[in-house]
Design a protein around this ligand. Structure first.
Ligand code: SF4
Ligand code: FES
Length: 296
C-alpha cells in the first residue's frame, strides 16, 4: 500500500473512533430560572473546532442551542466562549486539543443572554466612552487632506489596532470580576491605541474616561488579559503605557500637537495619448439641463 493510502486509512480510523462529550451551559431566562448543563456526544474529526462541534449539535442533535458566530476564522470576535475553563474563540480552538470532555460556557464577567451567548454591551459601552477614533481640533470630523505618518509612528500603535472586540480579555480580568464598572482592558487598550497615534490630538478629551476611580489605576497588572487575547494585542502592555501617558500629561509633558496634514497632491496632467472618458449618463438628461455632455 502506498504511503498516501496508509495515511488516508489512519485518518479514517482516527476520525471514526474519536467521540467527545460536549458539556454545554444551557440557560433560557424566559423559560427557566436557573441554568443547567447538557451533554452531547459529538464525533471529533481531525481539525474540528469547538464551533464546528456546536454546529454539529445545532444541526443534528438539538436545534434549541444558542451560540454566536459569524466569520469562522478568528476575525469577527463573535464566538468568544469559556472553553474548559479558559476564555477562547470557539472557531480557533481544536476539539482534539481539549481531551474527551469539552465544557463550553458563556464568557465570565458578562450577563448571559441565552445559553453560551454573553451580552457584550458593557464592553461596547466602555469602548464607546473612550472615543476610539482620531480626534483633531483643527479639522474636526471632516478632514480635508491626508495626515502624515512615518513607519515608526505607525509601529507605535499598530499592535493595539489588531483588537477584534471579542471581549476575552474582560472575561479573564480579575479586576472586572470584582468591579463591573472598571473600564476594562479592551477599552483602555483602545484609548492607548488612539492616544499613541501620531495623527491624534485627543488625549485630553479621552482622559476623563480612563483616569478615574474605575479607570486605568485599578489595573493590578495580573496579565490575564494578555494571556487570553487571541490576536496578540497585549492589553496589559497598553494599559501600562497609558499610565505613563497619563502621568506625562499631568506633568505637562508628552506630544503637544498631532501630525501635520500632508501637502495636497500635485495636479495630475492628462497624457495626450489616452482618450477622454465618455460623457456621463447620470445627471445629463433634460431634467438636469438638456442632455449635454459635460466638457472635460
Ligand atoms: S484586546 Fe484581545 S482579547 Fe481583548 S477584545 Fe481585543 S482582541 Fe479580544
Ligand atoms: S466566528 Fe468570527 S472570530 Fe470566531
Amino acid at each position: 500500500m502506498s504511503a498516501k493510502g496508509r495515511m488516508g486509512n489512519r485518518a479514517a480510523t482516527e476520525s471514526a473512533g474519536a467521540v467527545v462529550t460536549l458539556r454545554v451551559f444551557r440557560f433560557h431566562p424566559e423559560a427557566a430560572a436557573s441554568p443547567r448543563y447538557q451533554d452531547y456526544r459529538v464525533p471529533a474529526a481531525p481539525g474540528m473546532t469547538v464551533l464546528d462541534a456546536l454546529l454539529h449539535v445545532k444541526e443534528h442533535l438539538d436545534a434549541t442551542l444558542a451560540y454566536r458566530s459569524s466569520c469562522r476564522m478568528g476575525i469577527c470576535g463573535s464566538c468568544g466562549m469559556f472553553i474548559n475553563g479558559f476564555p477562547r474563540l470557539a472557531c480557533q480552538t481544536q476539539v482534539r486539543t481539549l481531551g474527551s470532555l469539552v465544557q463550553v460556557e458563556p464568557l465570565p464577567n458578562y450577563p448571559v443572554l441565552r445559553d453560551v451567548v454573553p451580552d457584550l454591551e458593557p464592553m461596547v459601552a466602555h469602548h464607546t466612552a473612550v472615543r476610539p477614533f482620531l480626534i483633531r481640533e483643527e479639522e474636526g470630523d471632516r478632514p480635508t487632506a491626508e495626515y502624515l505618518q512615518t513607519p515608526d509612528e505607525l509601529a507605535a500603535y499598530l499592535q493595539f489596532a489588531y483588537c477584534i472586540k471579542c471581549g476575552l480579555c474582560l472575561a479573564a480580568c480579575p479586576t472586572v470580576a470584582t468591579d463591573p464598572d472598571f473600564v476594562g482592558p479592551q477599552a483602555l487598550t483602545q484609548a492607548y491605541r488612539y492616544s499613541a497615534d501620531s495623527r491624534d490630538g485627543g488625549f485630553t478629551a479621552r482622559r476623563p474616561a480612563v483616569d478615574n476611580p474605575h479607570g486605568l489605576w485599578r489595573c493590578h497588572l495580573a496579565g490575564a488579559c494578555t494571556e487570553a487575547c487571541p490576536k496578540g494585542v497585549d492589553p496589559a502592555l497598553a494599559i501600562q503605557r497609558l499610565k505613563r501617558l497619563t502621568v506625562a500629561a499631568a506633568l505637562g509633558l508628552g506630544r503637544q500637537r498631532p501630525a501635520p496634514l500632508a501637502p495636497p497632491p500635485v495636479t495630475a496632467q492628462r497624457r495626450p495619448d489616452i482618450p477622454a472618458p465618455p460623457p456621463p449618463t447620470v445627471g445629463a438628461g433634460p431634467e438636469h439641463g438638456g442632455g449635454q455632455a459635460v466638457p472635460r
